[in-house]
Design a protein around this ligand. Structure first.
Ligand code: SF4
Length: 72
């Protein structure tokens, strides 16, 4: 059975919040009987996305409120 997990891909300073955040990727690893398939990345998210969504302004693609802004 395939296995999904969130992994930190990089740590960066974000100007919007004024501190470092982690960018995470949802990685899908293939089932054991398909060992030749590479892992796939399905989505990205920011470790600070919940806090950014509480602010009453659109932020960026990593919290889903502004698809036109990528701060990284
Ligand atoms: S969600 Fe976007 S704006 Fe908010 S801290 Fe993360 S990268 Fe910065």
């Amino acid at each position: 059975m395939a296995h999904k997990t969130w992994e930190v891909t990089k740590t960066e300073y974000c100007d919007h919040v004024g501190h470092e955040i982690d960018i995470e990727a949802e990685v899908v690893y293939p089932a054991e009987h398909l060992p030749d398939q590479p892992p796939r990345i399905q989505a990205h998210r920011c470790s600070n996305a919940l806090e950014c969504n509480l602010i009453d302004k659109s932020a960026c693609i990593y919290c889903g409120t502004n698809p036109n802004h990528n701060p990284m």
